[in-house]
Design a protein around this ligand. Structure first.
Ligand SMILES: Cc1cc2nc3c(=O)[nH]c(=O)nc-3n(C[C@H](O)[C@H](O)[C@H](O)COP(=O)(O)OP(=O)(O)OC[C@H]3O[C@@H](n4cnc5c(N)ncnc54)[C@H](O)[C@@H]3O)c2cc1C
Length: 195
């Protein structure tokens, strides 16, 4: 799994605080320290709507289609996912779940190789890629771009970072949180994702 932050609002916390201050006409009180305190206070009070003014865009590669299916259920985020209808997917790997023992993984890799060979055979016989892909498993890698505002990112991290979530999307939530904490520590100060 590879996750890269490809865009984030400029000075996201300054932006959130500047917008929030309009409500009390307190723009004159802005400073990095006061902004940090304000953002934490707003989160504690549940005034999450001001977090919508900042957003981030991630390039996510090497996750399974199983994880991507879950991620793209989040309706307030925007996505572009690589199309199996148009892209030749023979260079894409299979994601290994940590629960797979060596022997199970060896067999899964062989099965995947056979699926790729059949895919190639079918494409060679003139079957469109959008149909040949039906032989590929849900563990096959995919790549996508996701953009969301900070409120939605907090929601996604909270839901997908919970122990109830699938291991792969939880790992994704953990890494996104790490990245977001670097660019906006106060907007994400209260979230935790356990391994
Ligand atoms: C542990 C776990 C297990 C799951 N298991 C399943 C499963 O077995 N089957 C399954 O189908 N799904 C499953 N899901 C997916 C889940 O049901 C949601 O579809 C997904 O988590 C997106 O959540 P959301 O709707 O809160 O978020 P988003 O789509 O990101 O929306 C964010 C928030 O915006 C608001 N919102 C968005 N759209 C609307 C709307 N139309 N009307 C009103 N408010 C709206 C809501 O407050 C929502 O919480 C699972 C999710 C988790 C975390």
């Amino acid at each position: 799994m590879r996750i890269k932050l490809i865009e984030v609002s400029q000075d996201p916390e300054g932006l959130i605080a500047r917008c929030a201050r309009v409500s009390h006409r307190s723009e004159g009180k802005a400073s990095p320290e006061a902004d940090a305190k304000l953002i934490r206070r707003l989160i504690e009070l549940g005034h999450d709507s001001v977090l919508e003014f900042a957003s981030a865009t991630f390039l996510i590669e090497g996750i399974s289609r199983a994880a991507a299916n879950q991620l793209t259920r989040h309706r307030l985020a925007s996505f572009v996912q690589e199309s199996q209808r148009y892209v030749d997917v023979r260079d894409q790997g299979l994601v290994r779940p940590p629960s797979f023992p060596e022997e199970g993984w060896r067999k899964a890799s062989q099965l995947y190789q056979r699926a790729l060979e059949l895919y190639e055979e079918l494409v060679g016989e003139g079957v469109p890629k959008e149909d040949a892909r039906f032989v590929l498993p849900i563990g096959a890698e995919t790549r996508l771009v996701m953009r969301a505002n900070f409120r939605e990112l907090r929601h996604i991290i909270r839901l997908r970072g919970s122990r109830a979530a699938q291991w792969e999307i939880r790992e994704l939530a953990r890494r996104m949180l790490e990245i977001l904490r670097e660019v906006a520590p106060n907007a994400f100060f209260d979230l935790e994702v356990e391994r």
